[in-house]
Design a protein around this ligand. Structure first.
Ligand code: FAI
Length: 528
């Protein structure tokens, strides 16, 4: 059968919408195309006010809308009209017997449940905004797509009017609309289910009374495909980008210039933003393969960028840059000199994008918000792991709370240097050892399966001159003195580490012998 042959002329439409955008034009257009309209309370009132004839659903059902709108369309005269499979003689005959006329079009959009929750409304108000009749009609019409077209999005009204004037939607079109409709109700129900899961027990801190954990018993997510990417981590891996619909975060960043973002660009940019926003002063983080090749803070972003780049100019080639402040023209001029894959910032001063855009390929992203404090998910086969985000801790990450394990206490400037090293170390993956000077990284050791090799790498990267007098941070404790000794031999001034090893005493003794100041934070920041 041709697509033309599968068309279903639209004679009668059921319209019940919370969001009344475009409703008058839709009603006028449908009426002009000879479509009879049946509608609920305020939707019908608006259609009538636009001068378009409309039958109220109450006239159809012979039953008043009641219980504050909880029951309007939940009636066999409505649902039989939606669910009759008009391909079947038996269904058509039954409709005739029952005196029910079928609908060929259902236009519905739902009560604003998410928006009501986001507004901080009371539990009762949120519950009242759980639409029942709307999803019932949408699901019924979508199931019966061989006979009915269903529309849940005002953005589709132009298509509806074209179809109404042109013999109706064909089967392919009705299937597409049905798929959209089920996505719409699925995402709506997930929002409701998540809200219940979080609210169950009603504890103010969100804890479930059932098991006293802060984790919901049910975790639903609906994401929609935003882009198909060229490929994934490797060219033989197909990949795509999905958005959670919040309109926020890296997935929704605005691209101001440059080639399409790749899968690896996204993962590196995510890591770069995490690193840059760990600092409160103007900060620039340069990332390659999810690890920093330079992080620095400065009086302004141009200074921070110069210092971050100087850490490891070789590795910064082709890097991803994140900034926690608007990019100035001065910084843009510097970046434009260096091959850079991506730059992401909350904003760009006038003229900065134009300077960056001198390079054809650099991807320039604007992402207004700081990274959100959301729980982290990691899929594993058969499930996923969920953990709270590794936030900076008021206790262990504030030098005021550190314990001096050995050596002379640092003055305020020295402590600030060590605190910079500690905060930056959080951005380094697997056995992180980081050397810093003048609030800039100078040597980063990462990705090793033992801490000694990371220490050697950090020292080697820094070079003898920069390592001497540097401030060192280790993301986790030294299990033996050997890793520390590599740093001491290189001449570091001070080391900060969580402490907590069974051999802490030996490590502290080694520091004492070497005359190196050592602080314990009591907090660890693994990052894998
Ligand atoms: N209960 C019902 O029978 C019912 N039928 C339709 N609705 C919803 O009522 C709204 C439209 O109502 P009105 O036309 O009165 O503005 C739509 O969002 C629709 O999804 C209902 N409301 C909630 O469940």
């Amino acid at each position: 059968m041709t697509a033309e042959g599968t068309k279903r002329p639209i004679r009668r439409a059921l319209v019940s919408v919370y969001d009344k955008t475009g409703l008058e034009e839709l009603a006028r257009g449908l009426h002009a195309a000879g479509v009879q309209l049946v509608s609920t309370g305020s939707t019908a009132a608006k259609i009538a006010a636009a001068g378009v004839p409309v039958t109220k659903v109450e006239e159809l059902t012979g039953f008043p809308e009641c219980l504050d709108g909880r029951v309007k369309t939940l009636h066999p005269r409505v649902h039989a009209g939606i669910l009759a499979d008009l391909r079947l003689d038996s269904h058509r005959a039954q409709l005739q017997e029952l005196g029910v006329e079928p609908f060929e079009l259902v236009v519905v959009n739902l009560y604003p449940f998410r928006e009501t929750v986001a507004s901080g409304a009371s539990p009762d108000e949120c519950v009242e905004q759980i639409d029942i009749g709307g999803p019932s009609m949408v699901r019924a019409a979508a199931k019966n797509h061989p006979s009915v077209a269903v529309v849940v999005n005002p953005g589709r009204y132009d298509d509806v009017l074209k179809a109404a004037a042109d013999g109706g939607f064909d089967l392919e079109g009705r299937k597409r609309l049905a798929a959209e409709a089920f996505q719409h109700t699925a995402s709506y129900d997930v929002a409701v289910a998540n809200w219940f899961a979080a609210a169950r027990g009603g504890a103010a801190d969100g804890r479930s009374v059932a098991d006293d954990s802060s984790f919901p018993e049910f975790l639903g997510a609906t994401v929609t495909r935003k882009n198909v990417l060229r490929y994934g981590e490797n060219p033989h891996q197909p990949a795509a980008l999905y958005s959670d619909g919040s309109g926020k975060g890296l997935a929704e960043a605005e691209q101001l210039h440059g080639k399409e973002m790749s899968f690896n660009n996204y993962t590196d940019t995510e890591a770069a933003r995490r690193a840059a926003y760990d600092h409160t002063e103007p900060c620039v983080a340069i990332i390659k393969h999810a690890n920093p090749c330079g992080i620095a803070v400065g009086a302004d972003v141009a200074e921070a960028h110069r210092k971050a780049h100087a850490c490891d100019p070789l590795s910064a080639f082709g890097g991803v840059i994140a900034v926690n402040r608007p990019v100035s023209v001065a910084m843009a001029e510097q970046v434009a000199e260096i091959f850079t894959e991506v730059i992401v910032a909350p904003a760009y001063e006038d003229g900065a994008v134009e300077v960056l855009a001198r390079k054809k390929n650099i991807r320039v992203l604007r992402c207004a918000d700081a990274p959100a404090d959301v729980a982290e998910q990691r899929p594993i086969e058969g499930g996923l792991l969920l953990q709270a985000k590794d936030r900076l801790q008021a206790e262990g990450d504030d030098p005021a709370n550190w314990t001096l394990a050995t050596g002379a206490a640092l003055d305020a400037d020295g402590l600030a240097e060590l605190a910079f090293a500690w905060r930056s170390c959080r951005a380094v993956k697997s056995n992180a050892i980081l050397l810093a000077k003048d609030s800039a990284t100078v040597g980063v050791g990462m990705g090793q399966v033992n801490r000694v090799d990371s220490a050697k790498l950090a020292v080697e990267r820094a070079g003898a001159e920069r390592a001497a007098g540097a401030y060192a941070a280790s993301d986790a404790f030294f299990p033996f003195p050997d890793g520390f000794e590599v740093l001491a031999e290189a001449g570091v001034t001070a080391v900060v580490q969580p402490g907590g090893s069974v051999r802490d005493e030996q490590v502290v003794e080694a520091a004492q012998k070497a005359g190196v100041t050592m602080y314990f934070t009591g907090t660890r920041h693994f990052f894998h």
